[in-house]
Design a protein around this ligand. Structure first.
Ligand SMILES: N[C@@H](CCC(=O)N[C@@H](CS)C(=O)NCC(=O)O)C(=O)O
Length: 326
């Protein structure tokens, strides 16, 4: 694991020494938007019109942020319009690589060996982390955006006029509520598991795990009263939560020590996770081999021997059995 500084790769682990043992995620730097007519979006420049075959995604099947993007691509039926490259699940001294292995899909543009070469192709002097997902413009040869929360918003609607499947997961009337809930769940759950797992101070770890489980307890209650996070309608907020829940018992409970309870101990959350998993097209986006290989083998400070546990055995095919209260 490492980062680029002025276009040069440096192999170094996250530095928590200046932040009291706290893991602080850096902001993504490429923030342009694909729009139906190529006009500028909420940030960045204009010039990225929705077109079939023009854009390409670089993802890891292990990564919950990249997973959101694969889910929106599947829900909106964009597989034939936007191609995907998949990195090797092991992230070592060169960061993400395209080393051949089961499920790895090579870079079609420059046959990059390392993902950082894709960033350097976009910006030769780039300084910063080299993260997935990356949305690449094959026509202009540049990165459009590497922030998953924005990429899913684009996929939700930008391709609607050129054949995307129906379905609006961020409807205007619910947007304020979706954004507010996303922010809470991002901090306590999506990023909360990382803040717990990467903490290098006992106090920080305990604080993050407590906040994480308080939020899960509240979500358990909420999902005992209503079908989805925002009510009757399945939205982006549900899919953003799903990518953390599906990894919870397999990696966050053990590897990141988020172990006050298992997800399977929460009747509603576990049933809800199975329901989302069983939605057509979604199971194909979940790869437990990449998920477990990545976390248990790549984080040498947490799991030095890189042993990947065999379990847990998860019965994701079991029918959902949530009974909603009135
Ligand atoms: N804000 C980004 C975060 C993406 C991110 O941190 N991805 C992780 C994988 S789960 C990564 O590539 N990390 C590599 C690194 O930090 O060096 C997003 O949501 O798109």
């Amino acid at each position: 694991m490492g980062l680029l500084i002025d276009g040069n790769w440096h192999d170094q682990w996250y530095d928590t020494s200046g932040t009291g043992g706290r893991f602080v995620r850096s902001d993504a730097q490429f923030r342009h938007w694909i729009t139906p007519d190529g006009s500028a979006g909420p940030s960045g420049e204009a010039g990225f019109r929705a077109e079939a075959g023009r854009y390409h995604l670089y993802v890891s099947l292990a990564c919950p942020w990249a997973h959101r993007v694969l889910i929106l691509r599947a829900l909106k039926g964009l597989e034939h319009m936007i191609g995907v490259s998949v990195v090797n699940p092991y992230m070592g001294e060169h960061g993400w690589t395209f080393d051949p292995g089961p499920g790895v899909v090579a870079d079609p543009v420059g046959q990059a060996q390392y993902l950082y070469q894709v960033y350097l192709r976009a910006q030769p002097g780039y300084s910063g982390r080299v993260t997935v997902p990356v949305l690449w413009d094959l026509r202009r040869g540049m990165i459009v955006n590497n922030e998953s929360s924005e990429i899913i918003r684009m996929l939700n609607s930008a391709f609607d006029g050129i054949g995307a499947r129906d379905g609006d997961y961020a409807p205007a009337g619910l947007l304020t509520q979706i954004d507010a809930l996303n922010a809470q769940i991002y901090d306590a759950v999506n990023n909360g598991v990382y803040k717990a797992g990467f903490a290098t101070s006992q106090a920080v770890y305990e604080q993050e795990v407590s906040q994480l489980f308080s939020c899960l307890d509240a979500l358990e209650d909420r999902l005992g009263r209503q079908r989805y996070l925002l009510g009757e309608r399945l939205t982006e907020a549900d899919w953003r939560l799903f990518t953390t829940l599906i990894r919870f018992d397999a990696v966050y409970h053990g590897h990141f020590k988020c172990n006050l309870r298992r997800l399977a101990d929460y009747r509603n959350l576990w049933s809800y996770t199975r329901e989302l998993y069983q939605t057509p097209g979604i199971a194909a986006t979940v790869n437990f081999d990449h998920i477990k290989q990545h976390y248990y083998r790549s984080h040498g400070t947490i799991n030095p021997n890189g042993i990947v546990p065999l379990g847990p055995v998860l019965d994701l095919e079991r029918a959902p059995d949530r009974a909603l209260r009135d």
